[in-house]
Ligand binder design. Sequence first.
Ligand code: PMP
Length: 367
Amino acid sequence: EPKQIINFGAGPSKLPQSVLLQAQKELLDYGGIGFSVLEMSHRSADFGKILNKAESLMRELLSIPDNYKVMFLQGGGSGQFSAIPLNLIGLKEDNCADYLVTGTWSERAAKEAEKYGKVNIVHPKLDRYTKIPDPSSWTLNPSASYVYYCYNETVHGVEYDFTPETNGVLLVSDMSSNLLSRPVDVSKFGLIFAGAQKNVGCAGVTVVIVREDLLGHAQKECPITMDYKVQAANNSLYNTPPCYSIYIVGLVLEWIKNNGGSAAMETLNKQKSSMIYDIINASNGFYECPVDVSCRSRMNIPFRVGKKGGDEALEKEFLAAASKRGMLSLKGHRSVGGIRASLYNAVTVEETEALATFMKEFLKEHQ
Ligand code: PMP
């Protein structure tokens, strides 16, 4: 009997089995039309239905207000690091934006934005990405065009447990690694984006949700494929969109809906992440998560093994033993080291339990 594989990867990551089976079933012949979604014109009525389904499920699952556009774009999450300033930094005459830099991804976003305007990091620079600076230490600029933050830092495992208060300045959020893992009030944001390859689909498509009144302010150098006004006016079909990836997003959203939506996902994600954090907390330092308890991510749990700062030989052993049990993609990001367990929506409670059991046994054997 083949051993069961559990994929704890940080992204691209596990997709629900039922989504893969559906895609497999429809791969050669989509809905009886005689060919694949991979071979379908993006201007066809059939693809139009696929696109509309992805959009309307997104609207339904996130209760997106009518004055927001939903777009499915190329260029990845990193493409949005450029598109956001190109479209929005000129909203106010100072041509500047405020950035919260709490990990690799917001750091990259801030760096990219510097090409297009003035970037103000609103808090004292962090030397380690293990906490979110207290809002009382932030100096927000009232004439900033927007305030940018990364809701969940995938590499460092830092997730906000609050929505930043911007005193009326537009709020922009990277939700690449936690969109639809918990409810969110879209009306608080000017723009939300997410690369799909964690909780909402596969690589190749980036979801952008933007308030309508923010369209039409792009800098003149903005590439036309990144111009929100152009893409919104064309319903993401200015040029060929990532058709198959959009199809997969539709299937994943259907799965989320059938499983109770974002509130149900949140309940499971709290339960799953607690199982792992509880073991870390009770391990007397054998497992160590460097992230402040107030902002520990439910999606990505980075930890070291053996001693403070990590015993690299023991971590290798941990990964090898996990892999023997079919638990894969647990290696920490190369910039952080150690272990990272990603527990996105598609990772089940049972799979998380298997990891928890393994961690307890490994602790017993090596403490
Ligand atoms: N933001 C976050 C939070 C991410 O996790 C990632 C990628 N893992 C990105 C942005 C960049 O996305 P991409 O690789 O699609 O450019």
